[in-house]
Design a protein. Structure first.
Length: 172
């Protein structure tokens, strides 16, 4: 009986590593550095090809870090098993930190095929002394291109994209 439990645990660990590895491998663009992930709890739903990390989740790769309360990793169904990671969904106090910028949001979705991360919900981007606020930010991790979107439109609207930008080398 004990051998069956040990084999099941080893199988679950292997599934976890396979499902988690591909999704987080892209949190640091163009990096082959290993992934270090920690959470209070982790669950694998093999039939759904989903791995759930809960409780102060922190994933680090090279000099890039992703923090959230919950991170769901979704893999593509492949026959009777699971294939490569398709997307990652982070929720609750999301922080995406790269060497040159820090982003805070309520929700983030990373799509592996496109290498795009979409952050939503009171997004704040800090780069050097520059600060920008938006309702939604889309970042292409291949090109580094970012787009910021407002929650409302029109002068005087509360949730417009807003930024405070300092000229290079001339801070207050």
């Amino acid at each position: 009986m004990r051998k069956v439990h040990v084999m099941a645990a080893v199988s679950a660990l292997a599934a976890t590593l396979v499902m988690a590895g591909g999704a987080f491998a892209q949190i640091a663009p163009r990096s082959n550095a290993p992934l270090d992930i920690a959470a209070d709890q982790q669950e694998v739903l093999t039939q759904e090809c989903r791995s759930i990390w809960k409780g102060d989740v922190e994933a680090m790769q090279a000099k890039t870090r992703l923090r959230a309360q919950t991170v769901n990793v979704y893999a593509a169904k492949k026959g009777d098993g699971c294939g490569e990671t398709e997307r990652l969904v982070a929720e609750g106090d999301v922080y995406y930190v790269q060497p040159d910028r820090r982003i805070r949001a309520k929700h983030a979705v990373y799509t592996a095929r496109d290498e795009v991360i979409v952050l939503t919900g009171d997004v704040v981007v800090v780069q050097g002394e520059n600060v920008a606020r938006a309702e939604r930010v889309v970042i292409n991790l291949q090109t580094g291109q970012s787009q910021l979107f407002a929650g409302t439109k029109g002068r005087g609207s509360k949730n417009r994209v807003r930024a405070v930008l300092f000229p290079a080398g001339k801070s207050q």
